[in-house]
Design a protein around this ligand. Sequence first.
Ligand SMILES: Nc1ncnc2c1ncn2[C@@H]1O[C@H](COP(=O)(O)OP(=O)(O)OP(=O)(O)O)[C@@H](O)[C@H]1O
Ligand SMILES: [Mg+2]
Length: 476
Amino acid sequence: MAGERVLVIDDSLVYRDLLVNHILQPNGYVPLIASDGETGFQMARQEQPDLIILDMQMPGMTGLQVLEALYRIRNEIPIIMMTLHGSEDVAVQAFRLGARDYIIKPFDVEEMLAAIDRALAEVRLRRERDALTQTLEAERRQLEAVLTNTQDGILLVGEDRADHIILINQAACQIFGLKRPSRGQALADVIPNEILLDAFRKARQSDERIAQVEIPLDDGRTFNVNVTPIPGVGRVAVMQDITYLKELDRMKSEFVSIVSHDLRSPLTSVKGFADLLPAAGPLNEQQTYFLEKIRTGIDMVTTMVGDLLDLGRIEAEARLDMGPCSVKEIVEKAAASHISQAELKQQTMRIRVSPGLPPVRGNLLRLSQALTNLIGNAVKYTPEKGVIAVTAALAAESGEVAIKVSDNGIGIPEEDLPHIFEKFYRVERPESEGVIGSGLGLSIVKTIIEKHGGRIWVESQVGRGTTFTVVLPAIA
Ligand SMILES: Nc1ncnc2c1ncn2[C@@H]1O[C@H](COP(=O)(O)OP(=O)(O)OP(=O)(O)O)[C@@H](O)[C@H]1O
Ligand SMILES: [Mg+2]
């Protein structure tokens, strides 16, 4: 690279001419010229060249004096000095005053060019580093502005045992009623919220696991909090105000529960009369067909109303009636209720419960209901001759029991995965056309599992199959 400005300070016209016309200009450098030390020093100050080539032997202000003067003003411009043979002691002094290189006169063009290149390489490197630092600093400020001003609460803690706070933004301070950001302090001292602390603890146990919790506050607001481990940095919590959604959900549940309750008795009567119809007189073929349609419709609505009432009940139950439950029993009970359906579709159902599994604390009826739903889905959404596997084993590191329900069925598209646990959510696909369901099964499952202090998640690939994993705390 050239274009750099090089200040030549030399009283000798011959050397100035050599440097300017034969070395600097032909190689693309921009020369600045001073023929005495005083002028050179002033030019160095005012022009801030990229490099100075300084003659040591000058009348008036000598090279050494120029160096001294520059040294005093904390000059950072690299300097190459030119000295005569035999004045090496001057060179030693010059180096002490910050000169970068020295060349003995007379020199040849190549020698000088190499020295210029060496000196400027350092300058270029420093410039690049400065530019990089500036860019990084600008990016850091941008990021800080985003983090500070975002509506979501953000809280970053280090990887250390005490969970020291590295960053906490205004929104997070506001959520927990903190007056000012408390950096460097232990999280538990600043925010003694057990649910939050527990989420941070969970996220520490594994490097990839995201811990998701809902934190209800005393003032009535509810926050959804995701704690994500960031290897090498710590763990970050992002908190969103979901008070409005919670309220909406509550209103929806209430509405649904009222409506479904009121639907029950008219439905029973429609069903009763439909059942009585053949007794009132012989039906022709078309009437029988229509009646069959009516019955299927009634069955669907009845199941849906039953599910809705069930879900409402489970959601409302503050505390389930719990005791030690055998995982083997839960799994076998649930599988048994779908075995005939699976046989009809010529599917293989494999069940493997690890021997010696500890019991889980739970409600046998509800846990079987959850598993029944999962196995029912596996059977429903897997074509004929498919394979369904139900396994239960101890998760070694956490001491929890993991139950997996896998199938090699139609799978779930990635964009639907975040929604399948929502009420009434069904995936619209040609492969599952005609499969009856109301989209309530998985929300029932999730509610049950969470009431047990467990977790559920899904992994799926379209056309390959689906695996639901349920993790429940075991009784040690
Ligand atoms: N094992 C599975 N394989 C493929 N898709 C599945 C599987 N399990 C669930 N799904 C998809 O998720 C949706 C929601 O499941 P969910 O059990 O909540 O409802 P449903 O089976 O449609 O109806 P319901 O269980 O209330 O009778 C289903 O409609 C289906 O699209
Ligand atoms: Mg279902």
